[in-house]
Design a protein around this ligand. Structure first.
Ligand code: AR6
Length: 176
């Protein structure tokens, strides 16, 4: 079956999917933005699991992803990925952002998960221009889905702000 690619305006902490993705930092110890919202809503079990991963592998590199329980969230798991801090003209930056989406989806498939929701990684505190980030995110997800047909049931972009929501709406209509 073809994977559904969907869009929602709202708060990702409310999504009852197999996994929601967190725009974390490499310490995995929480922060502001969506990371702060996920840890606040999910409670201490998520942080405990992040600390166990830190003890094992010393955090998470930019573009990589790790998985924890979902604590008190409606989602069963949280996939924590670390987006790049934006730097204009650096060719590695879009590659690293694309890796966040690709590696998060790969981790979901490895764990037998079927539904995954993403926030707009790097477009808040990390300063990635929203339109460019939208192009990278949609491109990376579509590439993964065409390479792994039927592996997932639904991938959803959850946009907190109106600007991102409109960009994704236009992009997803354009891409069919
Ligand atoms: N649900 C969905 N999206 C949200 C929510 C929410 N509850 N809250 C914010 N957003 P940011 P980054 C959107 O800053 O740029 C943290 O301190 C927000 O509108 O959360 O990757 C980490 O610890 C924006 O579009 O993440 C890192 O240090 C998007 O989430 C750093 O911020 C990403 O904004 C990561 O920065």
């Amino acid at each position: 079956m073809k994977t559904k690619l969907t869009l929602e305006r709202g708060d990702i902490t409310k999504i009852a999917f197999d996994a929601i993705v967190n725009a974390a930092n490499s310490s995995l110890l929480g922060g502001g933005g969506v990371d702060g919202a996920i840890h606040r809503a999910g409670g201490p079990k998520i942080l405990e699991a992040c600390m166990a991963i830190r003890a094992r592998q010393g955090g998470c590199a930019t573009g990589e992803a790790v998985i924890t329980n979902g604590g008190n969230l409606p989602a069963r798991f949280v996939i924590h990925t670390v987006g790049p801090v934006y730097r204009e003209g650096d060719e590695k930056i879009p590659v690293l952002l694309g890796n966040c989406y690709k590696n998060s989806l790969a981790l979901a498939v490895e764990n037998g998960l079927k539904t995954v929701a993403f926030p707009n990684i790097s477009t808040g505190i990390y300063g990635y221009p929203k339109e460019e980030a939208c192009g990278v995110a949609v491109g990376a997800v579509q590439a993964f889905l065409s390479e792994h047909p039927g592996a997932l049931e639904e991938v959803r972009f959850v946009c907190f702000d109106e600007e991102n929501f409109e960009l994704y709406r236009k992009k997803l209509i354009t891409d069919g």
